[in-house]
Design a binder for this molecule. Structure first.
Ligand code: PGA
Length: 251
């Protein structure tokens, strides 16, 4: 059986000024003075401080990621940021298809896939988010919705380029509610099966599947212990160095 090194990514969303670099300094201190982390650590700050996070994180092994990218490399797209720009600022990862982007910027699976392709083209590893809404779960269609998002949002290039899948039930994001461990296990097993079906045993079993949605210091250990959970995508609890470090140490 392939072992996958876990990845813990913090999604700061639209939070963080230059002052927030103090949290990064504290996180770096915790990571370098404590026990060596058993996870790859990524911080996805707002684009305004991405270069600073990348530069500052480098010495302590903290990698930087963007939160979104445009599908094109450059051009007349006022306010947008391309994957090449993120890479140029020092990013190694980029989140694409987060449910907040899908909902408030009307991003569909085709756009998400194009963004993932753009990220790969720029040498970044896309963290591709999928997840059902509460009514979809209540209506019994969580798996079929997620499977459709997977098949349409993940580019074929994933066969040869690293991508990360993040399962984030929309109703768990920022709400303090999480699925049961059984529900997480079931969805992650389903995602694993879809990846194996599409990319074959060897490849499908090496891709990381993160869980995201109200992962906190108190529930991280049990969630990260679930089969096929290869790390987490953390929103609120990644803003404070101590909380984020506790989650990283739960791996
Ligand atoms: P949360 O956000 O941890 O605050 O629920 C997770 C996410 O949106 O990636």
């Amino acid at each position: 059986m392939t072992t996958i090194s876990p990845l813990i990514a913090g999604n700061w969303k639209m939070n963080g000024l230059s002052q927030s670099l103090d949290e990064l300094t504290e996180l770096a201190q915790l990571l370098t003075t404590g026990e060596a982390p058993r996870a790859v650590v990524v911080v996805c700050p707002p684009a305004t401080i991405l270069a600073a996070v990348a530069a500052q994180g480098a010495s302590s092994g903290i990698m930087a990621g963007g939160q979104d990218c445009h599908v094109e490399a450059s051009g007349a797209h006022t306010g947008d940021i391309s994957a090449y720009m993120l890479a140029d600022a020092g990013a190694q990862f980029v989140i694409v298809g987060h449910s907040e982007r899908r909902a408030s910027h009307a991003e569909n699976d085709d756009i998400v896939r194009a963004k993932a392709e753009a990220a790969i083209g720029a040498g970044l590893k896309p963290i591709i988010c999928v997840g059902e809404t509460e009514s979809e779960r209540d209506g019994g269609s969580a798996e079929s919705i997620v499977n459709q998002q997977l098949s349409r949002s993940i580019p074929d290039a994933a066969e040869h380029h690293e991508i990360v899948v993040a399962y984030e039930p929309v109703w768990a994001i920022g709400t303090g509610r999480t699925p049961t461990l059984e529900e997480i296990a079931q969805m992650h097993a389903n995602i694993r099966a879809r990846l194996v079906e599409r990319f074959g045993e060897e490849r499908g079993n090496t891709l990381r599947i993160l869980y995201g949605g109200s992962m906190k210091p108190l529930n991280a250990r049990e969630i990260l212990n679930v089969d096929n959970v290869n790390g987490g995508l953390i929103g609120g609890a990644s803003l404070l160095a101590k909380d984020f470090y506790t989650i990283i140490s739960s791996v």
